[in-house]
Write a protein that binds this ligand. Structure first.
Ligand code: SR1
Ligand code: MG
Length: 419
């Protein structure tokens, strides 16, 4: 039987009838299905997303489509990604309670997850474009990255459990393949689905002509494809975060994959840097202050990631890796070992960061931070700063000491006239 034989893509009209048949959901919504209000609000690249207002509660229903929504049915995509998203959500909830939406119902056949409607939160990317600040953002995200990374690794997990989980998620083939192509490879040659802003050609030619840069990106791809350090969210950008002015949550882990620990925090850092570089087109008088706030989030987030990682190292190091039997039980400090590991994670995170900065301006899926700048003569020079800083991060990762040095680099690139 094919994966699709019993699958039904729902519409705003057909969804209430389906939900009425799921007792736990019908009770949660309350009242009669005829009174439920359904809106389809998916603005991402892949799925249907419905908001369902019942008499008692509002919920989100996310359903995978058998193709890439951004491109159309010429690009098929397996429905089984919903299964992995569901499993990622429940693991993230266990590893960092309260950080992700609560799952109410999962239907594997229909590739459908019914979950908590996080409100009054909005997509962080839109808040950043509007110049809004979010209290506690860096602490929340630093903790999320550290807790999910540490508790999903063999620093914490039993080896057999972690290996079984790696086996489970290894079935998620096509989704990481998108990342492998769109993120790591396509930016560096004129791949079919690529596009970039008019006026950027000289910078793009410079990057694509740099064999050292391409080799560094491929080296990182090799690590991404083969290194199962932890369960990564896999697509942790500002569109995968929802915030109020003082509370944040992470959504949308369908790109989940076992990957290097630096993957999520590196991708996240890149998305804050792109928010930073795009600001001159979005802000007026308060530009400098707001850009500095974004840089403070980048530095604080990474510092919190390291602080929480070190805390977990001291308090929850119960896995097969760096066992206490080798260090503390021998009267030996493991501090230097932890520091050396964090250095390796930082270097990986930097490489991912630079690569993500490139793919969001050169590959298929761009971001609204830059894309919403309609005047290409304004957009291109800002994207050029982003592209050139991305290259320097990748090529000089070993020489960037810490997040303070990274944000200092951003200030420098933000002043450059590259085009
Ligand atoms: C075809 S999917 C393009 C992008 O959308 C997702 O959000 C991921 O970022 C992916 O790379
Ligand atoms: Mg997404």
């Amino acid at each position: 039987m094919s994966e699709h034989s019993q699958y039904t893509p729902f519409s705003t009209e057909s969804l209430p009838g389906y939900l009425a048949g799921v007792a736990a959901i019908a009770d949660r919504l309350g009242g009669d299905q005829s009174a439920w209000k359904v809106r389809e609000v998916g603005d991402g690249n892949l799925n249907l997303v419905f908001i369902v207002d019942g008499e008692i509660e509002t919920i989100i229903v996310k359903q995978a489509l058998p193709y890439v929504r951004l491109v159309g049915d010429s690009w098929p995509l397996p429905l089984y990604r919903a299964f992995f998203e569901y499993h990622a959500l429940i693991r993230q909830e266990a590893r960092d309670p309260g950080s992700v939406p609560e799952v109410f119902h999962f239907d594997e056949t229909n590739a459908l997850i019914a979950m908590e409607f996080i409100k009054p939160h909005l997509i962080l990317r839109h808040k950043l474009i509007r110049g809004e600040r979010v209290e506690g953002l860096a602490t929340f995200l630093g903790n999320f990255c550290a807790r999910t990374a540490f508790r999903g690794s063999e620093l914490s997990m039993k080896s057999a459990d972690k290996k079984a989980d790696v086996g489970l998620f290894a079935g998620n083939v096509e989704i990481p393949a998108i990342t492998e192509a769109l993120v790591f490879t396509d930016p560096y040659y004129d791949a079919e689905m690529n596009h970039h802003t008019d006026g950027l050609d000289p910078v793009v030619a410079q990057l694509r002509g740099n064999t050292e840069l391409k080799a560094c990106a491929q080296r990182m791809l090799m690590k991404f494809a083969s290194n199962t350090e932890t369960m990564a969210h896999g697509d942790l950008h500002s569109g995968s975060i929802m915030s109020t002015d003082s509370d944040s949550r992470v959504i949308d882990p369908e790109f989940v994959q076992y990957a290097p620990i630096g993957f999520d925090i590196g991708m996240l850092t890149a998305n804050f840097l792109m928010a930073y570089f795009s600001q001159p087109a979005h802000r007026g008088a308060e530009l400098d202050d707001y850009q500095e706030w974004i840089l403070s989030v980048i530095a604080d987030c990474y510092q919190q990631f390291e602080a929480e990682f070190i805390h977990l190292w001291k308090t929850e190091r119960t896995g097969m890796l760096y066992p206490k039997s080798l260090f503390e039980d021998q009267g030996h400090s493991s501090e230097a070992a932890c520091k050396a590991l964090l250095k390796d994670i930082w270097i990986d995170a930097l490489a991912i960061c630079g690569i993500e900065m490139h793919r969001r301006t050169l590959s298929l899926a761009h971001n609204a931070d830059f894309e919403s700048i309609e005047d290409v003569t304004v957009r291109a020079p800002l994207e050029a700063r982003n592209l050139m800083m991305g290259a320097e991060i990748i090529l000089k990762a070993e020489t960037i000491a810490d997040p303070t040095a990274l944000v200092a680099m951003a200030r420098d690139f933000n002043k450059r006239d590259i085009l």
